[in-house]
Design a protein around this ligand. Structure first.
Ligand code: NAD
Ligand code: MLT
Length: 527
């Protein structure tokens, strides 16, 4: 039975979704690293939040693992490269906790400007001290946002209502995204650092962003600046932050995240104007329920082989695109499957042309489906949508996509060209109606057939009587034909016949057909 390990606390509604799937669920929210390493080989899927480290050591032992579900947004606790190489799909819940993280950011921002936590502590320790806690207003000030993605944009839009002037630095987004955040674009981080009265960071933790706010960057900031980090620990160098708090350069700082977590002791904790929370950005009833349900649904769908919207190591698909892309993925996989069942030469390049309505789709997943189909007959379960590109690369197979408007008389067409030896082999297909795949060309032979699970392809001399002869031998061998088509080749001398049949024929039965006069080649093809 398919087995899922939930290795960190998960909302009850998410657990309900898992139990309802009928799969075997092990909920061990306090599992130790040792236990995880010892038992991971038993599981098909693993669900974590941010504490368990899903690194190469763990993945190497996870011989059955197909899916890692991250109940949350950041995937910095998961070795994406190792997961991808191993064909393990990683899913997360990028939208489910953004509002909660944004709202905590604003809470911290105000705390840093109004000394809320320090005032709270003093009062609870018997000191009224009202005059000590003079803060600053946000209205009319400049907020600098580093990283204007989902959460950065939510913060920007809300802080407009505080009458703040918003500036942002994010070298990876378009001008439209700056406009959506109603933020003035800063081309250089330095410009943001010099102009902002309050700074908040919302980037992921990457090699580039780790420690991106260091001594040099703090030195560029305005005296008395306030800084917030509700994204990932380590984006601000914590030693540099401590020095800036000590010197007064930074008048107030607030962080929900620290470079090492859990962290119950840090030099930063000594500063009264440093407010800290234990990574609770997503810890709201709404976010946890939404994250729990979302990750559970994604993991179950991924295990069932269905497409998932939030797969981190595959192209992300919008829910509304899934319906149109799915039939073309199926078609791409069917077309990919043909080559290795007909030819034995090593492939060095695959080109996929998307024509007509197929060209309008987000084709990344369809190309992966073509590759999965292509390699499946020779690699079996080692190839999936996650590692398809990597497998092609590792095998030295170049992959090219192109798009063209003209699909001939079809609404949409996929043309798969497989380069091997001196030749290019072409396989084309289309979708009839909403989701009915048809093969319309096999290497120069034009057809219009629905791929059946079991098919026989026969090449023969193009002369009268061949259909009858071959049909008779099939009948004598108890092979039931469910569909049949014939196509003369371009030179009219040879033809190809395709037969949909009820079951896989034996070698001997295929040989009986191949032994007929004027039959040139007989191949069994599975779709
Ligand atoms: P996102 O991917 O939507 O946005 C991140 C933005 O950072 C992107 O626009 C990207 O272009 C930008 N970026 C990347 N590198 C950059 C760089 N070098 N300089 C400037 N900008 C850069 O992510 P999001 O959903 O907005 O999440 C933001 C952060 O918040 C992540 O680190 C996430 O893990 C964290 N997060 C924390 C909590 C929490 O509990 N505290 C909750 C949710 C998310
Ligand atoms: C996230 O990346 O989603 C947050 O850090 C929250 C969490 O880990 O739960």
């Amino acid at each position: 039975m398919v087995k899922i390990l939930v290795a960190e606390k998960l909302n009850e509604k998410g657990l309900d979704v898992l139990y309802a799937s009928g799969m075997d669920i092990v909920y061990n929210k306090d599992i130790t690293r040792e236990e995880l390493l010892d038992t991971i080989h038993e599981y098909d899927a693993l669900i974590v939040r941010s504490l368990p480290i899903v690194d190469k050591e763990l993945l190497d032992k996870a011989t059955k693992l197909r899916v890692v579900g991250r109940a949350g947004n950041g995937v910095d606790n998961i070795d994406m490269e190792a997961a991808t190489n191993q064909g393990v799909v990683v899913v997360n819940t990028p939208d489910s906790n953004s509002i909660s993280a944004c709202e905590l950011t604003i809470g911290l921002l105000i705390a840093a400007c109004r000394n809320i936590s320090e005032a709270n502590n003093c009062l609870k320790h018997g000191e009224w001290g009202r005059s000590r806690f003079q803060g600053v207003e946000l209205s009319g000030k400049t907020l600098g946002i580093i990283g204007l993605g989902r959460i950065g944009t939510l913060v920007a839009n809300r802080m407009k209502a505080f009458n703040m002037n918003i500036i942002a630095y994010d070298p990876y987004i378009t001008d439209e995204q700056f406009a959506r955040g109603r933020a003035e674009k800063k081309e250089r981080l330095e410009d943001l650092l010099r102009e902002a009265d309050v700074i908040t960071i919302h980037t992921p933790k990457t090699a580039e962003t780790l420690g991106m706010i260091d001594r040099e960057q703090f030195a560029m900031m305005k005296d008395g600046v306030r800084v917030v980090n509700c994204a990932r620990g380590g984006l601000y160098n914590e030693e540099a932050l401590a020095e800036a708090l000590k010197s007064g350069k930074v008048a107030g700082a607030a962080c929900d995240v620290l470079s090492k977590e859990p962290c119950t002791d840090s030099p930063l904790y000594a500063f009264p104007n440093f407010t800290v929370t234990p990574h609770i950005g997503a810890t709201t009833t709404e976010a946890q329920e939404s994250v729990g349900i979302c990750v559970a649904e994604e993991v179950v769908n991924a295990l069932k082989g269905e497409l998932v919207a939030n797969a981190v190591n595959m192209p992300v698909l919008k829910n509304e695109d899934l319906l149109t892309i799915k039939p073309y993925m199926r078609l791409g996989e069917l077309l990919g499957k043909i080559y290795h069942q007909l030819q034995k030469k090593p492939v060095y390049k695959v080109a996929v042309d998307y024509c007509g309505e197929a060209a309008e789709l987000d084709t990344g997943m369809i190309t992966r489906a073509v590759l999965r189909g292509l390699f499946e007959p020779i690699l079996k379960e080692q190839i999936n949508y996650v590692n398809a590109m990597k497998v092609a690369e590792a095998r030295g197979v170049g992959v090219i996509e192109s798009k063209e408007q003209d699909a001939g008389h079809f609404p949409g067409l996929i043309r798969v060209k497989v380069y091997a030896g001196q030749r290019v082999y072409r396989y084309c297909g289309t979708i009839f109606g909403l989701d009915d795949p048809r093969i319309v060309e096999i290497d120069g032979y034009r057809f219009d057939f629905r791929p059946e699970p079991n098919m026989i392809l026969v090449e023969n001399v193009n002369k009268p009587g061949m259909i009858g002869k071959i049909g008779t031998v099939m009948g004598e061998n108890n092979i039931n034909i469910s569909a049949m088509q014939v196509c003369p080749g371009g030179d009219n001398e040879v033809a190809m016949m395709t037969f949909g049949i009820s079951r896989e024929p034996s070698e001997e039965q295929l040989e009986n057909i191949a032994a007929l006069d004027d039959v040139l080649k007989v191949r069994f093809v599975e779709f």
